[in-house]
Ligand binder design. Structure first.
Ligand SMILES: *Cc1c(COP(=O)(O)O)cnc(C)c1O
Length: 441
């Protein structure tokens, strides 16, 4: 099919996520045809670095033979079978692996298919858990301003990005928002507003939900060290549950397998998605402690069942991909290799900080946000209508790199498998794109 035909089909029939279709229809969409390692290729054979890991999901590169083979092998057995009333090997094996790898205390795995559903499940489990304890007043959730947990309505209810979430406000359940921890210099101060809410609503809070260490979707906002641990202490003190949304931070992104490990924290519920299958297939998981799990046990007539599931919950192909991804972590010692890569990125970012239109550079492992500003001192943002972040990413594309901005924050979230040379080359392109678009060169 000719490029023109394809383009027409896309522009006439498709509706893209997070996309103003009026602009899209007037544009010339880039069709990705293949990928290999940390690069993807378009229909004309042009290559691009996949500098945002295909929206934060890819870990080990594209077309990894081990993951391809695992999926193919599973495909030869069965592509899908349900977990409602039936079991299958990949789901059981993966559940054991995840429990062994997760922070201590997490004992059960409930599958779904996207990060947002993993969050929905955590919220519903928390709520129902308290009902089973006879604590019917625990209907409130505490969440953080600038937090992001997905786009379904429960996840939006605990979402703190008004640009995305504001319009749906009337459809949502009540959530108490504490300020983003990124606004505070130290953990204790940052957690005070959470404590105030816990005190005010003592006995009414079902759970506190947070992204550990870094609020990704709001532009890689970093929490002060110790904040997550402080949240854990507060949840214990006020006897409520902590939900860690590790959808973005999980699977090595922050330098450890899970971000919670940096602060020795075990949440009561943990949401996993994005990198779970190495970026291959949609799969998510909500991990729960034995205490939560056991509260759902009882005679069927007690109605303690968790009535929740999806058609493709725990899809065998996706579980096989996830198992192969975890094998790669072991065999390639992926986590051990991250420290030098992260350090290399940190050093390279130092140079970028010197650019006059770079306001702040935020890094947590291989999660990086480079914030662009009209002026640094005094700090003046670009007008949002100027879409400076989008222009820089567009320019980067012409230089052979794909990423997507968050407002005026240029996102750099490379596959974990990127070599140091890849990382240097990608950051070089990003810097050139910034210089060219902000007139620094
Ligand atoms: C991306 C993301 C989600 C939502 O995941 P989807 O797979 O897009 O539904 C939830 N929480 C966090 C922290 C995320 O970054």
């Amino acid at each position: 099919m000719s490029s023109d035909d394809l383009r027409q089909r896309d522009q006439r029939y498709l509706w893209h996520p997070f996309t103003q279709q009026q602009d899209w229809e007037a544009d010339d969409p880039l069709f990705i045809e293949s990928g290999e390692g940390v690069r993807v290729r378009d229909r004309d054979g042009r290559e691009y670095y996949d500098a945002n890991s295909s929206l934060w999901v890819n870990l080990h590169g594209h077309c990894r033979p081990e993951i391809d083979a695992a999926i193919t092998a599973q495909l030869g057995r069965v592509a899908h079978s349900t977990l409602l009333g039936l079991a299958h090997a990949p789901a059981a094996e993966l559940a054991e692996r995840l429990v062994r790898l997760a922070p201590p205390g997490l004992a059960r795995v409930f599958y779904s298919d996207t990060g947002a559903t993993a969050v929905e499940i955590a919220l519903k489990m928390a709520y129902q858990f308290w009902r089973h304890q006879g604590e019917e007043d625990r209907t409130r959730f505490i969440a953080l301003a600038e937090g992001y947990h997905g786009d379904t309505l429960g996840a939006v209810s605990v979402g703190g990005i008004s640009l995305f979430h504001g319009i749906f406000r009337k459809l949502l359940f009540t959530t108490d928002f504490a300020p983003s921890p990124s606004r505070f210099p130290d953990a204790r101060q940052a957690a005070e507003p959470v404590e105030a809410l816990l005190r005010e609503h003592r006995g009414q809070v079902a759970a506190v939900i947070a992204e550990p260490l870094v609020q990704g979707a709001s532009g890689m906002l970093l929490a002060p060290p110790g904040y997550l641990r402080r949240l854990r202490e507060l949840c214990d003190e006020y006897d409520t549950l902590l939900i860690a949304d590790e959808v973005a931070t999980g699977f090595g992104r922050t330098g450890r397998l899970f971000a919670c490990e940096h602060e020795g924290v075990s949440p009561d519920l943990m949401c996993l998605g994005k990198g779970l299958t190495g970026g291959y297939l949609p799969l998510a998981a909500t991990l729960a402690t034995a205490r939560i799990y056991e509260a759902f046990l009882g005679d069927y007539s007690e109605l303690k069942t968790f009535f929740h599931g999806h058609s493709y919950t725990g899809n065998p192909l996706a579980c096989a991909a996830a198992l192969a991804s975890l094998d790669i972590f072991d065999r390639d010692r992926v986590i051990e290799g991250l420290a030098t890569k992260i350090e290399r990125v940190r050093r390279r970012l130092e140079a970028m900080r010197a650019l006059p239109h770079v306001g702040e550079v935020r890094q947590c492992g291989l999660m990086v946000g480079v914030e662009l500003v009209r002026s640094r001192d005094p700090r003046v943002p670009y007008p949002w209508e100027a879409a400076t972040g989008a222009r820089v990413c567009r320019r980067a594309r012409t230089l052979g790199l794909i990423t997507r901005p968050l407002g005026d924050v240029v996102v750099f979230l490379p596959p974990l498998a990127s070599t140091e040379a890849d990382l240097e080359a990608m950051l070089e392109i990003i810097e050139r794109a910034i210089v060219l678009e902000t007139g620094d060169g």
